[in-house]
Design a protein around this ligand. Structure first.
Ligand SMILES: Nc1ncnc2c1ncn2[C@@H]1O[C@H](COP(=O)(O)OP(=O)(O)OP(=O)(O)O)[C@@H](O)[C@H]1O
Ligand SMILES: [Mg+2]
Length: 295
């Protein structure tokens, strides 16, 4: 169990990236959902002990993470959002090298670990290729392979599916699911389907604050019977936004579909099947509305 309590961070340039974040993360896949700039990477780097918060505390099982970063790192696997530049060596050699850095000194043991991870991430047949020549999806799978060296109990993956084509994204999802329920796995994303497809627990982060936390099915259920949809012309969008509580708008075959949140059916609207996307957009909308901004 990972517990995050009262974490705040203001960068030197004055940006308040994290604002009193409290989160309890149980074992299994946990989705951290938020738009660009919400603070997801800041939070993940903080948990991974790569940066210090201004205030707050983090514990993982019995480890006080902020005062014992080295203890945490022994149990941590981390895939950063930008994994950076890869040297021109084969996937197998690079993984072997990273395993040395993680402390697996015995050569035979290391060879076994590396082979196992390459097989698990479906990269075994590509092991002799240089990672710099890998496709985006293969790179992300390699990223997971390196994060799994040493069989960590806490795995942090920061926006791993951004930019993957549907097939690779699916393959990556399947890989995450096979990692089992005995680890705490935190996945950050701005793709709502990542969370609805994979995660038993989730939180929405916006503007450095936790805006919502819960089980995706339960939070979606809470909106059942309260979301209504209507197909309109794009030019009518503004006037509908003035008259109704519009939580999302999207295009469908060139027309605009709006979703409205209301306890009662508004005239001329039809019931919309509720989805986690409605929860996400209505949560962000409520938050921005309170701040006096419009979407
Ligand atoms: N090292 C830094 N110095 C100054 N400001 C930063 C730094 N890192 C992040 N920020 C700012 O903090 C805010 C949160 O950024 P962060 O990268 O944590 O968000 P994010 O949710 O990961 O966004 P994205 O989805 O774009 O990756 C942003 O306004 C960003 O510009
Ligand atoms: Mg980020």
């Amino acid at each position: 169990m990972l517990n995050i309590s009262g974490i705040s961070k203001t960068y030197d340039n004055g940006v308040k990236a994290l604002n009193k974040v409290n989160l309890s993360v149980p074992k299994g896949l946990f989705g951290l959902l938020g738009p660009n700039g919400a603070g997801k990477s800041s939070l993940m780097r903080t948990i991974a002990t790569l940066q210090q918060p201004d205030t707050g505390s983090i514990s993982f099982d019995n480890i006080d993470v902020l005062s014992n970063p080295i203890d945490l790192r022994k149990r941590l696997g981390y895939l950063p959002q930008d994994f950076g530049v890869y040297p021109r060596v084969s996937a197998q050699e690079l993984l072997d090298h990273l395993a040395v850095l993680k402390g697996i000194i015995d050569k035979a043991e290391r060879a076994e670990v590396v082979e196992g991870l390459l097989a698990h991430t479906n990269l075994y047949q590509h092991r002799k290729q240089s990672v710099s020549g890998f496709s985006g999806g293969m790179r992300q799978r390699f990223g997971i392979a390196q994060a799994l060296i040493g069989d960590p109990d806490l795995l942090i993956v920061d926006e791993p599916t951004a930019g993957l084509d549907p097939e690779e994204r699916n393959r990556f999802h399947n890989l995450l699911v096979t990692l089992g329920q005995d680890k705490v796995i935190i996945l950050s994303t701005h793709i709502v389907d990542d969370v609805s497809e994979l995660c038993e627990n989730m939180a929405v982060l916006g503007d450095g604050k936790i805006l919502l936390q819960g089980n995706p099915l339960e939070v979606t259920e809470q909106l059942r019977g309260k979301v209504w949809r209507k197909i309109i012309n794009y030019s009518e969008t503004e006037s509908f936004e003035e008259d109704y509580n519009v939580i999302s708008k999207r295009l469908l075959a060139g027309r605009t579909v709006i979703h409205v949140l209301d306890e009662n059916p508004p005239e001329g609207f039809e019931p919309a099947p509720t989805s986690l996307e409605d929860v996400y957009f209505s949560t962000l909308h409520r938050h921005q509305y309170r701040q006096g901004l419009s979407l």
